[in-house]
Ligand binder design. Structure first.
Ligand SMILES: Cc1cc2nc3c(=O)[nH]c(=O)nc-3n(C[C@H](O)[C@H](O)[C@H](O)COP(=O)(O)OP(=O)(O)OC[C@H]3O[C@@H](n4cnc5c(N)ncnc54)[C@H](O)[C@@H]3O)c2cc1C
Length: 467
């Protein structure tokens, strides 16, 4: 009788370079690929993350079918579903790639011990990071790094040792398959009218990397700040669901014919992802608690109407509104605009960064347990190696600086298309006859600013002093 090994897919929805799958395939066992939809453990994906994941699961299933296999999808509590499935199929082992949220780590550790006690071969692997969060430590403290630059330097010294593997041509299947619940259907929301730009799934991830390295990476170090330019990789949702490994991204970037400066800058962004995971692992309540404790006493205003205006993209500041509307229509927001929009919420409106974090969690296709909370804490100034609180992005100047022609802003705020230059980013400064002739009525066709920039800036600095 052949041996069966369950490969438990989680946030590694790919067949290439998947250490758990590769290891399971190294013997002569038949493979039972499984995904367990467990709502009891880990942070549940927001609406857009869920949309992405559901399509990605369908793609993974198709890729498995093409190799003589299939994906078994079950709902329920992992501690019940997995042992029951093991029993049902007579599996001798379970292999998976690790995740790093605290409750998942606790559950997986207990589960592994329980399975091993029953004589099963239970193995976990690193499939989603370049380095395990406990691997890169500061020589001076022996603990995790708190500052990015020495962290990334230490990572580079360690180097990446793992070899890459290709997707197997065939996957040995059992004689009979256990039952699978129907795969979830991805449901698009009516306002998601730009979703065709995305191709969830492993093929989409590999295509995005190829497009970036062959056509778009040139000038990345500068152009990555321009939201109208196709200058970044847009790999974030693919990385979020593990449709591509960071190790593959590093290897292919290093092999590509590109400027070292652009390649290094791009890889350092992957470094920020590693740093965020290290922060999450060592600070499990990163999404809820300020890393710098003094910020817990910050005098937030938390005005509900202003929060809603920010979410709708109706703050009266076109670059902020463009970003918030891009988010709603595409499930994505360019990094430069994420920083401006987040800073506006936290500093101009004095709304707790956790409100923004939760909204991004719901709306981003790349909403990531580590990157999202670490980035919000970075903008708020309360995180590790964060931007200082008094760095307040000026929403009137950021537009002309990074979207000088207004191409990005006008895509999402078309009611201001007739404006240009600095006026586009401060429409209240436009001449009244221009506004009239272009049928722009502030407070009617486009909102008046919900706060005055200078006054809001002064108020933010005053609040910070009170800490
Ligand atoms: C307020 C705020 C919230 C954010 N929330 C998320 C989130 O939920 N998920 C997410 O993946 N990124 C988040 N980011 C980081 C960044 O905006 C996105 O990773 C980036 O815009 C994704 O586009 P890209 O793949 O084209 O990036 P590229 O420039 O091509 O970068 C390559 C990869 O590096 C990683 N990366 C880039 N910048 C960062 C960063 N600052 N921190 C951590 N990793 C980074 C991502 O995995 C990204 O795919 C957030 C940033 C801010 C300011």
């Amino acid at each position: 009788m052949s041996k069966h090994i369950i490969v438990w897919f989680r946030q590694d929805l790919r067949l290439n370079d998947n250490p758990a799958l590769e290891s399971a395939l190294s013997g002569d066992a038949t493979i039972i690929p499984v995904f367990i939809d467990d709502e009891d453990c880990g942070r549940q994906a927001g609406a857009m993350g869920q949309w992405w994941r559901d399509i990605s699961l369908a793609r993974l299933h198709e890729a498995l079918v093409a190799r003589g296999s299939k994906l078994i999808y079950r709902r329920g509590k992992t501690e019940d579903v997995l042992p029951a499935l093991i029993e049902e199929v007579g599996a001798s082992g379970v292999y998976w790639n690790r995740q790093y949220e605290a409750d998942i780590v606790t559950r997986d550790t207990a589960l592994k011990a329980r399975l091993k006690n029953r004589g099963l071969d239970a193995e976990s692997f690193n499939g989603s990071l370049l380095f395990e969060p406990w691997e890169v430590t500061s020589k001076s403290t022996g603990g995790p790094f708190k500052v990015f630059t020495p962290f990334w330097r230490a990572c580079r010294v360690l180097g990446i040792k793992r070899a890459l593997s290709d997707a197997p041509p065939r996957i040995a299947a059992p004689e009979s398959w256990p039952h699978s619940d129907p795969l979830p259907q991805a449901t698009a929301l009516p306002h998601m009218d730009r979703m065709d730009d995305w191709q969830p799934g492993e093929d989409g991830a590999l295509a995005a990397l190829d497009l970036f390295l062959t056509q778009n990476i040139s000038g990345y170090a500068e152009r990555r700040n321009m939201p109208a330019e196709p200058a970044t990789s847009r790999l974030s949702p693919h990385l979020r669901w593990g449709e591509i490994s960071p190790a593959r991204i590093v290897a292919e970037t290093q092999a590509a014919d590109i400027q070292t400066y652009d390649g290094d800058k791009f890889l350092s962004e992957l470094g920020w992802r590693e740093f965020s995971y290290q922060l999450l692992y060592h600070n499990p309540d990163l999404p809820e608690t300020c890393l710098q404790e003094k910020f817990e006493a910050f005098p937030w205003r938390n005005n509900e109407d202003e929060l809603e205006a920010w979410k709708r993209g109706e703050t009266g500041y076109p670059i902020v509104d463009a970003g918030m509307r891009e988010l709603r229509r595409t499930g994505y927001m360019h990094n430069r605009v994420r920083m401006v929009a987040a800073s506006f919420l936290i500093k101009h409106l004095l709304i707790d960064w956790r409100e923004g974090e939760k909204w991004f969690w719901q709306c981003l296709v790349d909403a990531d347990p580590a990157n999202n909370s670490a980035s919000w804490q970075w903008v708020a100034g309360c995180g590790a190696d964060a931007a200082p609180y008094f760095r307040i992005f000026n929403p009137i100047l950021q537009g002309p600086k990074f979207d000088a022609d207004g191409i990005y802003t006008k895509t999402y705020v078309p009611e201001l298309s007739a404006l240009s230059g600095k006026t586009l980013y401060a429409p209240w400064t436009a001449k009244s006859d221009l506004l009239e002739s272009e049928q722009i009525s502030l407070g009617d066709t486009y909102p008046n600013p919900i706060v005055n920039h200078e006054a809001a800036r002064a108020r933010a600095l005053e609040s910070f002093k009170s800490l």
